[in-house]
Every structure is written in C-alpha cells, then in structure tokens.
Design a protein around this ligand. Structure first.
Ligand code: PEP
Ligand code: MG
Length: 327
C-alpha cells in the first residue's frame, strides 16, 4: 500500500477534467522536506519555523535560522518554500524566551505570532535577515501569521523593508523581490480580505485557528472538541469570501490548516474555488486520489449543496456520503 501511495505521488495533481490543483507540504523540521517530495509535494506551503525555538534551550542565531532554511531550499531550488515567521505564543512558548512570555489567563487572545514579533524586533529582524539571505538560493517566500489588521501587516512589511536596507548597507547578498504573504486565520482578516489583497502576494488560509476564532472554541480543549468543525457553515462562508476577494486581485489562495489534509473536505474546497492546498506530507497521496477522481462541476455542485445546510453535523454527513461515492 505504501508503494502504491508513492507511485501516486508521481502522478499529476489534477482533477478528472484536467484542472491542476497544486499540492504542497507542511513541515516543522527541515529534514521533512525529503518526505514532502517523496509524497509528491510541489514545494513547501508552510514551514512552521517556531520549532527552531522549541528544539533548544537557547535562542537560535541568525546562522541557525539560515542553515535551517538552506537545508529546506537546497534540495528543491526551483520549488516554492513558504517560510512562516515565528508563530510563538499561546501554547507555543520555549524555555529560552520564558521571560518574554506574558502572564495572561487568555493567551490565545494575547501576545502571540506576528503581534509578539512586532514587540520583539530584535528576534524578528534576526529571522527576516536569515530568510532574505537564504532566498538567494531558491524560491523562498515570507508569510506572516495571525495578521488581524491592515496596520499590523503594514508594520511587518515596514520592518522587512528596514531589514533589507540594513543588508544592503552591509553589502550582504539577499533577495529583494521576495513574495510576501499572510495567513488568513482570524475572522477579521477573512472579512477584510479585499483590503489585504491589495497589499500581499498571496493568502494562506489557516483553518485551525480560523475555526478556533470564528466559533470561539479552543482548538486544544477536549471538553468542547465536538463544537470544533471545519464543516461549520460559517467557516465555509468565510473561505468563499476570501476566494472571491482574492480572485478580484488575482491573489493566490492556499489552504494550509488540517482541513486541507482531510479528504472529507477536498471536494468542497475545490468547489469553492480553492486551487492550492498545503498539508502534512503524509496526507498528500490520499488528497491527490480524491482530486483525480472528481471534476470541477461535480465539486462545485457539492459545495453548492453544502451551502444549503445549516449545521456542521449535516455538512459532515453529506460530505462523507459524497466521498464514499467517489472512492
Ligand atoms: C492554522 O492555524 O491553520 C495553521 C496552519 O497554523 P498552526 O496550526 O501552526 O496554528
Ligand atoms: Mg495558526
């Protein structure tokens, strides 16, 4: 079975009627890039770099960052590698930074992700320098996590500009025309996607946090796990809004949360207009299998029907039935 999956990895990712759906891998450690390629990924759609911090007791240096990024990009210099800037905070707080952690009863709504890096510029700039330097060697792109307002995005981009100026003055080679994207994982970002689309090169919908913040359900709390669902009509509607706003500006939209690694949602995502997905490498062959067995009109019909349902449970049951029919 494993061999069959790896063979599938070599087949093209396109729908039964020939529309390409790009598949990328999510990684947490540089070594995982090899697994991504074996499983048929066309690049790395999400590199969660905070694991560089969680590995050691000391803060990573610019060279630690740089070496990790080279390790990812060197085997695949022509494929996209999306490096997400530090998504620290909430449940992800390393020992080396404990004195910067906030004491809050509600850290998920607190100083995390891009909010945290904007208040700790030294550490933010160290990472951005390493990304820009490594980007000389491949198709590296930058992505900011948990962007909530346009102002915040502009601030992050301004810091990126400052770092470029520093590298320029120091005569250090770097990539100036790097693509800059953002995660859409807070409802405010999805609601204002038309505004954000003016200022980024791509969107990546992080469904894990988008579900958490839209439904007000802690993604890590087992007591309310039954209320946490990608099939909730509110989530589907937000994804549609992002796709529509992005299409007006030709801004690519990737889905990179767990939803895109679950075959249950492949058809509905495609039916809503999603053409790129990033998921854990393990799930890529099965996702590709679903992609290859449906047509765009079929997927659109599935999405249209899902849209008529009011309750997550009904959407899930409906999608389960449809998946059975095609597999
Ligand atoms: C997400 O929120 O969907 C996501 C991809 O990021 P993380 O799971 O790292 O928060
Ligand atoms: Mg997230």
């Amino acid at each position: 079975a494993n061999q069959k999956l790896e063979l599938l990895g070599q087949l093209e990712s396109k729908t039964a009627d020939g529309v390409p759906i790009k598949l990328y891998g999510n990684i947490e450690f540089p070594e995982e890039v090899d697994h991504c390629i074996k499983r048929g990924a066309e690049g790395v759609g999400l590199y969660r770099t905070e694991f560089l911090y969680l590995k050691d007791d000391r803060e990573p240096s610019e060279e630690d960052h740089y070496n990790a990024y080279r390790r990812v990009v060197d085997p695949i210099p022509t494929l996209p590698v999306v490096i997400r800037t530090l998504d620290l905070g909430a449940e992800k707080f390393p020992h080396s930074l404990e004195d910067l952690a906030e004491v809050s009863p509600n850290p998920v709504l607190g100083l995390r992700s891009v909010r945290f890096t904007l208040r700790n510029l030294g550490l933010f700039k160290t990472q951005l320098r390493a990304i820009l330097r490594a980007a000389v060697h491949g198709d590296i792109r930058i992505m900011f996590p948990l962007v909530t307002s346009v102002l915040e995005l502009r601030q992050a981009k301004m810091i990126l500009g400052d770092v470029m100026e520093d590298l320029e003055e120091e005569g250090i080679p770097f990539c100036r025309d790097i693509q800059v994207g953002m995660m859409v994982e807070v409802p405010s970002a999805a609601l204002l996607a038309d505004r954000f689309a003016e200022e980024v090169d791509f969107f990546s919908i992080g469904t894990n946090d988008l579900i958490q913040y839209t439904l007000a359900v802690d993604r890590a709390n087992p007591t309310v796990a039954d209320l946490y669902s990608a099939a909730d009509p509110s989530i589907l509607r937000l994804i549609r809004m992002v796709v529509a706003a992005a299409a007006k500006k030709d801004t690519p939209v990737v889905v990179c949360g767990q939803m895109s690694g679950d075959p249950l949602y492949t058809a509905v995502l495609i039916g809503m207009g999603i053409r790129e997905m990033s998921a854990t490498p393990f799930s890529l062959p099965i996702i590709k299998q679903v992609i290859r067995s449906i047509t765009i009109p079929q997927a659109e019909e599935i999405a249209a029907h899902a849209d008529t349902l009011d309750v997550a449970r009904d959407v899930e049951n409906y999608l389960r039935g449809e998946l059975k029919k095609i597999s």
